[in-house]
Write a protein that binds this ligand. Structure first.
Ligand code: HT7
Ligand code: ZN
Length: 872
């Protein structure tokens, strides 16, 4: 497979002003006819360049014509992925008739079947699996789509834009014509056809325009779309107020499908969603999933401007739309709920998963310089670190100038396909802030490490911070340079009071420092007592901080910092420090023991009635197995698991009474609601329960069963089940069985059950997972089920990291099978195998052996790229 480089970008030799598509849908073959109104691109220069259209192996050519002239075979050339026509006029209509077989499309790219419906997924390069095209984002065209189908099977036939015509063909089939007035790249094309039910609503925009809102699902799911509809309206309003962005078509449609490779897709006017990211009801959906539905509905809606109206010039610029849109959806969720809780959740995810990616063999800059398969670059780096870059620009400019920058960006580039540099230029031009150095964040991979030391001179009242930055080299780049890093910070006195100090002549309790050099000294004056620095407040940059905090310092920050994020972060750091001691004891096979300071901090925390229960729950959550693995120089999975288990029990025993009390205090009676206040109580109650169960309390063991049996919502029922499973409750097996019995007809609950079952730690974990793959509920063609079972297994220490290597061999077997069925899913399942170099040597070598075995297979580009980079 060949590598594609950003440096080789050229404007397209041809343009497509209009695209007219006709789909004649059928159960076995679908006929696609395209009429492309083309012309040579004057910007390209050469006027003799052949026309090279992208194609998939699965597209069969039936007829090809330029204007009225049917091209004979000798006038074009067809290869596996291209159609080349060597001579064309300057302006012409290319007509092309192709056959495709959506029912055999297991890749779930292009047009495919999901249950009884037809649907599409065209990002990034799916459109070429439908017909021959210039399938690149800088070719923007006005689409008109005619769908022909049997009305009894496909009463609903949808595409982008507005419906402009409907009628009957001579053969008695129904046809519907859709027209999208906004030029768009092919990746935003969508088609849906099926026997669907609809929920209707209306949104009145800020300029008083009525927009028809429609959510389509199969009939048995129509009762689960109300929450998404409300979330959509909240998103539309928020984008008007926060960014001045109004919706532009007369209709906005969303469709839920069961088989989908990712979460959702922002096709113009016709978003398609994985049903797990759209459907919600109190009995079947947990609080986390409610919040996810809201965030994803918002994310896809926000793409209407950040992605659709202004799109990417090429796929190296993916973060232009994804990083910015993640930043926008994170800000939206923060505004809808709690800003601090949202920030903690997002950072916790970033530090665990993105940092690991950025230190592994697939590390790449937010704007990658090369790729083999673009689908592999829908990564946490492009999305989450990309969002952090936008957030840092927000911090550097301030809210007002940032908004001026985004207004300018949308105004300047409306209807264009642009680059990350264009985004930054708009921010600079609107604010007057020079971001030249800052832009290095887009091109340099790896997580910067910031070492901080300090000195205090009581006599002069001067406090100095010395900061040194270094970004470790990554797989993608051997040399790294200093970045422009915003450091939001404050100082606390020994009583936890904020210190007002002078920096650069300005007196303030909070400062934003600009760390730009490899090493810099920052001097504060007017400081009367040795302070404790609160650094990188709100996680003002995606970095790793090294400052030698004592346990007392961390306890002080945890109880008193005015920055909620840093209160949480201090507790995490203290927990990491203590867990590291325990992990090292476990590695050395010593008895585990610790005089924990964190327990003291937790005790104070649990007695403080003023705090937001959601924050208390987050502070109580111990650093995860995955985060501790990311932090470790060498990963010893069993030692980490043992240390975490020991520490949780120790805390539980010390604070047993508090956890029992918390459980009672935060138990809600009455009807379920996914509002922030109630979610907060449930999260603390269920966190308390998970600790309480680690004690010998009979009452706790009874309580978990009662909650499981009598909960009126999925959050409480599933929390009880998970806690029972993870604490190895004697009734865990029965509870798992009865849960499946109760919910076997709800696929979205079944995927939760599959995930928990695959994740259950046990000596025979592997044979249980093999059993799950034989279970009636499992389906290898459904990405949600594959993700649940194999994703859940990848987090199972005793099964996946079994010392005989059988867990790695099993996952490799599944990747080899899925490589043929669905390359995108196969490639994503490789992630746990990418950590082999960091694993304890005996395990790492076994994992490497499986990677070598996979590489010998006939691999898709997707899997080849990941595995070959892992072994490089
Ligand atoms: N922009 C969408 C990306 C997406 C995707 C990419 C590759 C393969 C399948 C896909 N489904 C959706 C989703 C988003 O970020 O909004
Ligand atoms: Zn997106």
């Amino acid at each position: 497979p060949s590598t594609i480089y950003l440096k080789d970008y050229q404007v397209p030799p041809y343009l497509i002003d209009k695209t007219e598509l006709t789909f004649d849908l059928d159960e076995t073959t679908t006929v696609v006819t395209s009429r492309l109104h083309m012309r040579r691109n004057p910007e390209f220069g050469l006027s003799t360049t052949p026309l090279v259209l992208d194609s998939g192996v699965d597209v069969k050519l039936i007829a090809l014509a330029i204007d009225d002239y049917t091209l004979p075979e000798e006038e074009y050339r067809l290869s596996e992925n291209q159609l080349i026509i060597s001579a064309t006029p300057d302006v012409f209509i290319l007509t092309c008739e192709t056959l495709i077989e959506p029912q055999n499309n297991t890749r779930l790219e292009g047009l495919y079947r999901s249950s009884s419906m037809f649907c599409t997924q065209c990002e990034a390069e799916g459109f070429r699996h439908i017909t021959f095209y210039l399938d690149r984002p800088d070719v923007m065209s006005i689409f008109t789509t005619t769908i022909i189908g049997d009305e009894s099977r496909y009463p609903v036939m949808l595409s982008n834009g507005n419906e402009i015509e409907r009628g009957k063909t001579d053969e008695g089939k129904t046809f519907v014509v859709w027209h999208d007035p906004f030029p768009k790249p092919a990746y935003l094309f969508a088609l849906v056809a099926g026997d669907l039910e609809v929920k209707n609503d209306v949104f009145v925009t800020q300029s008083n325009k009525e927009v028809k809102l429609q959510i389509f699902t199969e009939s048995h799911n129509l009762d689960k779309v109300d929450y998404a509809m409300e979330a959509l309206k909240r998103s539309m309003r928020w984008d008007e107020t926060a960014y001045g962005r109004e919706y532009d078509l007369d209709i906005f449609m969303i469709v839920a499908v069961d088989d989908f490779n990712m979460g959702a897709m922002e096709n113009k006017g016709l978003n398609i969603f994985n049903s797990s990211c759209l459907l919600a009801s109190p009995k079947t959906t947990t609080d986390d999933s409610y919040l996810r539905v809201e965030a994803i509905v918002a994310h896809e809606y926000f793409h209407n401007w950040s992605g659709n109206r202004v799109t990417c010039r090429d796929w190296f610029q993916l973060s232009l739309k994804e990083g910015f849109t993640v930043f926008r959806d994170q800000s939206f969720s923060a505004d809808m709920h709690s800003e601090t809780v949202k920030r903690v959740e997002d950072v916790s995810f970033l530090r665990t998963a993105q940092f690991a990616e950025d230190a592994g063999p697939m590390a790449h800059p937010v704007r990658p310089a090369s790729f083999i398969e673009i689908s592999n670059f829908y990564t946490l780096t492009v999305y989450e670190k990309g969002s952090e870059i936008v957030r840092m620009i927000h911090t550097l400019l301030g809210a007002e100038k940032f908004r001026a920058g985004s207004d300018l960006y949308f105004e300047r580039h409306d209807g264009q396909a642009v680059t990350c540099d264009d985004f930054v230029s708009a921010m600079e031009d609107a604010s007057g802030v020079d971001l030249t150095h800052f832009k290095r964040w887009y091109s340099q991979s790896g997580t910067p490490v910031i070492e901080v030391t300090d000195e205090f001179d009581a006599a002069s009242g001067v406090y100095r911070l010395t900061m040194t930055q270094h970004t470790p080299e990554t797989a993608a780049q051997p040399v790294t340079l200093p970045l422009h890093i915003p450091v939001k910070m404050g100082l606390l006195d020994p009583n936890g009071q904020e210190i007002s100090a002078y920096f650069n002549g300005q007196e303030s309790q909070e400062h934003v420092l600009h760390l730009t050099a490899e090493s810099q000294v920052f001097e504060f004056t007017g400081v009367t007592t040795q302070p404790v620095p609160s650094l990188f407040r709100s996680f003002s940059a995606p970095i790793k901080l090294r400052y030698d905090y004592s346990s007392e310092d961390l306890l002080l920050l945890m109880s008193s910092d005015s920055d909620g994020f840093n209160r949480w972060s201090a507790a995490q750091q203290l927990a990491v420090n203590e867990l590291t001691v325990l992990i090292n004891q476990a590695i050395a096979k010593q008895a585990l023991s610790i005089d924990s300071q964190l327990v003291k901090g937790f005790k104070n925390l649990l007695e403080n009635k003023e705090l937001d229960p959601a924050m208390v729950a987050l502070i109580l959550a111990l650093p995860s197995q995955a985060y501790l693995s990311e932090l470790a120089e060498t990963i010893y999975p069993a030692a980490i698991k043992e240390a975490r288990g020991f520490f949780k029990k120790l805390i539980a025993k010390e604070l047993e009474e508090d956890f029992g009390r918390l459980y009672r205090e935060h138990h809600l009676e009455g009807e379920y609601s996914p509002q922030a206040k109630d979610i907060a109580h449930r999260s603390l109650k269920n966190m308390a329960l998970s600790y309480w169960l680690e004690t010998d309390s009979e009452l706790a063991h009874q309580t978990v069963k009662t909650q499981f049996e009598s909960a009126n919502n999925m959050t409480d029922q599933f929390a009880a089940l998970s806690s029972a499973v993870h604490s190895q409750h004697e009734d865990a097996e029965n509870m798992l069985a009865s849960f499946y019995e109760q919910w076997q007809h709800e696929p979205l609950v079944v995927i939760k059950w599959l995930m928990l079952s695959a994740n259950q730690e046990a000596a025979d974990a592997l044979s249980r997972v093999k059993g799950l793959m034989e279970h009636e509920a499992f389906d290898l063609k459904n990405p949600n089920k594959v993700r649940s079972v194999l994703g859940g297994f990848g987090q199972n220490v005793s099964g996946f990291h079994h010392e005989d290597g059988s867990g790695y061999a099993f996952l490799a077997d599944q990747i080899i099978v899925l490589n043929k069925l669905n390359p995108q899913i196969a490639s994503r399942l490789c992630t746990p195998l990418t950590r082999w170099k960091k694993l304890q040597p005996e395990l790492g070598q076994k994992m490497k052996g499986q990677l070598e075995r996979i590489l010998k297979e006939d691999l898709s580009k997707d899997v080849y790229e990941v595995i070959s980079k892992c072994l490089a």
